[in-house]
Design a protein around this ligand. Structure first.
Ligand code: ADP
Ligand code: ADP
Ligand code: ZN
Length: 214
C-alpha cells in the first residue's frame, strides 16, 4: 500500500506516519527527515537545504524527486510506504505519478489532515523529539510518560527543530498555501482523497485514518 499524508506543517503527518509504520509494516518516507540528515552530514546539498529550511521555503523539485526516486527503490519499500512531506508541489505530484507508473505501482490513498492555523502554530512551537530515536513529543499535547525520559527508548536528550519558531512557521504556512494546497484538487479528480479532521486528539485521528485505509 502506498499512502500520501498531506497537510500543512504541524498538522500531524509525522505523528500519524509513525503509527501507521508500526501498525501496517509500511515505511515512513519523510523528506523533511531526509533533508535534516543531509544538513547534519554537511554535504553540499545539506548546506543548500539548511538555508532553504531556515527561510521556510521549499527545496527545488528536481532534487526532491531524485531523492524520493532513489529511496523507493530500496528493498524496505517493497511492502509499501507512507509519503510524509512529499509531494509538496504540483510538479512533484506529476513526477511521482510518472515514477510510480514506471515501476507499475499505484497510489492507495491521499489522506489530508485538516487543522486550523492557530492550532498549527501551537503544535509547531511546542514540538520536540528524542535525540536518540526521533520519537515525537509536544510540550502540552504529547508529553513523555515520565518527565524527561523518552517513552520509546529511555533516552533523556531531546531536540527542537531550528525552523520550529513562530517567524519561520509563517513562511512555511505561506509556502503550503501558495504551492502545496493545490495538489489536493489534483488528486481529487481520481477519487482517492480522504479528508480527516486533524483537530481531534492524536488517538482519534489514528482511528479515523484506520477507517479510511481498512
Ligand atoms: P507534521 O509532521 O505534520 O509537521 P507532527 O506530527 O510533527 O506534524 O506534529 C506536530 C506537533 O503536534 C508534534 O509535537 C505532535 O506531538 C503534536 N501533535 C500531532 N498530532 C496532534 C493532535 N492530533 N493533537 C495535538 N497535538 C498533536
Ligand atoms: P513539516 O513538519 O513542517 O511539514 P517537514 O519536516 O516535512 O516539515 O519539512 C521541513 C522543510 O524541509 C520544509 O519547510 C522544506 O523547506 C523542506 N522540504 C521537506 N520536504 C520537501 C519537499 N517535498 N519539497 C520541497 N521542500 C521540502
Ligand atoms: Zn527515544
Amino acid at each position: 500500500m502506498i499512502l500520501i499524508l498531506l497537510g500543512p506543517p504541524g498538522c500531524g503527518k509525522g505523528t500519524q506516519a509513525k503509527r501507521l509504520e508500526d501498525a501496517h509494516g509500511l515505511v515512513q518516507l519523510s523528506t523533511g527527515d531526509m533533508l535534516r540528515a543531509a544538513v547534519a552530514s554537511g554535504s553540499e546539498m545539506g548546506q543548500q537545504a539548511k538555508k532553504i529550511m531556515e527561510a521556510g521555503e521549499l527545496m527545488p523539485d528536481e532534487i526532491m524527486v531524485e531523492i524520493i526516486s532513489e529511496r523507493i527503490d530500496q528493498p524496505d519499500c517493497a511492502n509499501g510506504f507512507i509519503l510524509d512531506g512529499f509531494p509538496r508541489t504540483t510538479p512533484q505530484a506529476t513526477a511521482l505519478d510518472k515514477l510510480l507508473d514506471a515501476k507499475s505501482l499505484s497510489l492507495g490513498k491521499v489522506i489530508v489532515l485538516k487543522v486550523n492555523e492557530k492550532a498549527l502554530v501551537e503544535r509547531i512551537t511546542g514540538r520536540y523529539s528524542c535525540s536518540n530515536c526521533g520519537a515525537g513529543y509536544h510540550d502540552t499535547f504529547q508529553q513523555p510518560k515520565q518527565d524527561g525520559v523518552c517513552n520509546s527508548c529511555g533516552g533523556t536528550e531531546f531536540t527542537r527543530r531550528a525552523d520550529d519558531n513562530e517567524e519561520t512557521v509563517r513562511s512555511r504556512l505561506g509556502a503550503y498555501h501558495a504551492q502545496t494546497a493545490e495538489i489536493v484538487p489534483y488528486y481529487e479528480q481520481r477519487d482517492i482523497v480522504a479528508e480527516i479532521d486533524g483537530m481531534q486528539d492524536i488517538d482519534n485521528v489514528t482511528v479515523a485514518i484506520q477507517g479510511v485505509i481498512g
